[in-house]
Ligand binder design. Sequence first.
Ligand SMILES: [Zn+2]
Length: 200
Amino acid sequence: MIKFYREGDESRGPCSACKMIVSTTFKVTTVPLASGKGKVEGVLAAICNQCENVVSVPQQSTARIRESIFGQKRSVEVRIPKHLRDVLLTVCHAIATDSKCTEIEPFVIRYYMAQIAHGKLKASSLKKYLKSRLSEGRANDRISLKISDQVLNQFERKIKMIKLTRTEAIKAIILQAKMDVLDKAAPRRLREIVLSASAA
Ligand SMILES: [Zn+2]
């Protein structure tokens, strides 16, 4: 059972700065991440009464910390040709016939961006789609979505290695989705996208 603490509650624990067991008070503070990369604000933690060091972070704060690491979203907008947006909307319609296609769009793009970010889909496999006639044309339409900072950064790193711009990569993703879902090359992906959409 998780023990929940309130601000002002008192406890005891080993302070790494005082090098002894100290009495602590729960306060809302900024805690450093265990990885050493970054800090999370507004977290309830046990603070050493002698030196103000963070002695421990209770289990109840874990969800909030995860949220701040994985939950930060960045907006992405790319301009694409209208016919390519039609391809994407048609893919969305095939995935969820009973939902509005525009609502499914971000899930489809995010799914593929995450697959590339996590190395489940090779970024280099996208390049072939840029030779397609469908990838060309005046950019007179656009798609926008929100994606976690972490996924976006990894995605950008992967596509930079093969010298693709974000717009090129997203155009290629749409054609990959067409291949998988409409041309039925990987129908399993369809199920995964539906699951990721319904989990959100
Ligand atoms: Zn201390």
